[in-house]
Design a protein around this ligand. Structure first.
Ligand SMILES: Cc1cc2nc3c(=O)[nH]c(=O)nc-3n(C[C@H](O)[C@H](O)[C@H](O)COP(=O)(O)OP(=O)(O)OC[C@H]3O[C@@H](n4cnc5c(N)ncnc54)[C@H](O)[C@@H]3O)c2cc1C
Length: 392
């Protein structure tokens, strides 16, 4: 008989795991919302799935989004000076999580994976612990359900470093070559411009990351979509002239009433396993590895860790699932989690001088520009650039 696994939460981590594990184990997914509720609900995030995440999606035979709106490049601006456009080695893709999650949930259900619509709480967890050989906590930023121990060295912050202000907009002419715009406003924050696909067709995601209580923190107290759009237009005019000049004034509006979001994340890294009532419990994705979204790594890190967990479970398929297996999963993921986290945390601080010099060099040297673009697709490269003794 196959071992029984319960995955709680069907975001990137839970979905990738469900696809990877479904033919090897007896899987049940518990998700607090139906696919319809997710599709019709509020945006949850911004997202770019870079090459390695897209390779995993192909590996698991996940829904194919075609070649539309492929993101080939990263446009870097500091202040109002555009420095360069670096080309990615493989294109990325941004699909509204409402559509991505809903479609994958439906597809998995059609392929025979049981989905139960249930908000799991502490009491329910105790029942599940008896029913299943393993619980995987993929509850994302709403989690975790279990007290996975905090890794203090990788968790230096007790409050969010940025306010996240996100709108999915129609009426902005795309940048060329199609890619992700990154604008750094020293002392104020950043903005990411991400061409994306939604239920309503192509949109431009505008994602302001404001240092709290500074001038870029423009949407305080906003209560509805109309006020939000108005403030965003004002912010573009004031701080981001390149995007403002591409506005099609009459058409500029949110793609739907739920296409905006304000939130703030306190980054926390936890050891992704524990023993509860003598049984191993594992965490995957944001529930255990949550970083500030400033480097756009959350989805990619969740997908990476889901694959590492899958490989671990296959390796231990016929062994006891105990703390040793938990440690084996942590050992597989630790280095990459550390690289992503330390780079991301460094990006919330003023940029070090040697990085500013690299960016300036990128303006004159296309090979250097392409290398910097690749930091986002391969964060180990960014970590090396920021921290390698040769560079510092
Ligand atoms: C503003 C913002 C911008 C971001 N931008 C980017 C970006 O550009 N690029 C990038 O890669 N990442 C980005 N991220 C991060 C990214 O969204 C997350 O890292 C990613 O969604 C994590 O996936 P997950 O599966 O761990 O969690 P989630 O996507 O949060 O999914 C968790 C799921 O669990 C369900 N759930 C929660 N609690 C329970 C419960 N008790 N019972 C049952 N179900 C439950 C939820 O309904 C949800 O479906 C951003 C995040 C934010 C907030």
């Amino acid at each position: 008989m196959n071992k029984r696994i319960c995955i709680i939460g069907s975001g990137i981590a839970g979905l990738h795991l469900a696809y990877a594990l479904k033919d090897e184990f007896d899987i049940t997914v518990m998700e607090r919302r139906t696919s319809e509720e997710i599709k019709e609900g509020r945006i949850m995030s911004t997202q770019v799935h870079f090459g390695s995440t897209r390779t995993r999606e192909k590996r698991y035979n996940m829904p194919n989004w075609g070649d539309q709106a492929q993101l080939e490049s990263i446009h870097i601006t500091i202040g109002i000076e555009k420095l360069f456009v670096g080309m990615l080695q493989e294109p990325g893709l941004s699909i509204d999580q409402r559509v991505y999650y809903a479609q994958a949930m439906k597809d998995l259900a059609e392929k025979g994976v049981p989905f139960l619509t249930k908000k799991v709480d502490k009491e329910k967890v105790n029942v599940l612990m008896e029913e299943f050989d393993l619980i995987i906590d993929c509850t994302g930023k709403k989690g975790p359900l279990f007290p996975f121990p905090i890794e203090a060295e990788l968790s230096p912050y007790s409050i969010p470093q940025r306010k996240c202000i996100v709108g999915y907009f129609k009426g902005i002419k795309a940048n060329d070559p199609l890619g992700i715009g990154v604008t750094v406003l020293p002392g104020l924050g950043e903005m990411f411009e991400i061409p994306a696909m939604t239920e309503q067709g192509p949109v431009t995601i505008l994602f302001i990351m404001a240092i709290p209580n500074h001038e870029l923190d423009v949407c305080k107290g906003i209560k509805n979509a109309a006020e939000f759009s108005q403030e965003m237009r004002g912010a573009l005019e004031r701080f981001f002239p390149d995007v403002y000049n591409r506005l099609e004034r009459e058409k500029f509006k949110l793609c739907d009433e739920n296409g905006w979001l304000q939130t703030a994340i306190t980054p926390v890294i936890r050891k992704p396993y524990l023993i509860d009532q003598g049984k191993l419990v594992i965490g995957c994705g944001d529930s255990v590895f949550i970083n500030d979204p400033i480097t756009g790594q959350g989805c990619n890190l969740s997908s990476y860790c889901a694959e590492q967990l899958y490989e671990t479970l296959i390796e231990w398929k016929h062994s006891n699932w105990d703390g040793e297996m938990g440690e084996s999963y942590w050992n597989r993921t630790k280095l990459y989690v550390k690289e992503v986290t330390e780079w991301t945390n460094a990006m919330t601080e003023p940029l070090p001088d040697h990085i500013v010099q690299m960016l300036l060099k990128g303006a004159e040297d296309q090979a250097q520009a392409n290398e910097i673009a690749q930091w986002f697709a391969d964060p180990s490269k960014a970590f090396a650039a920021f921290f390698s003794k040769m560079n510092v």
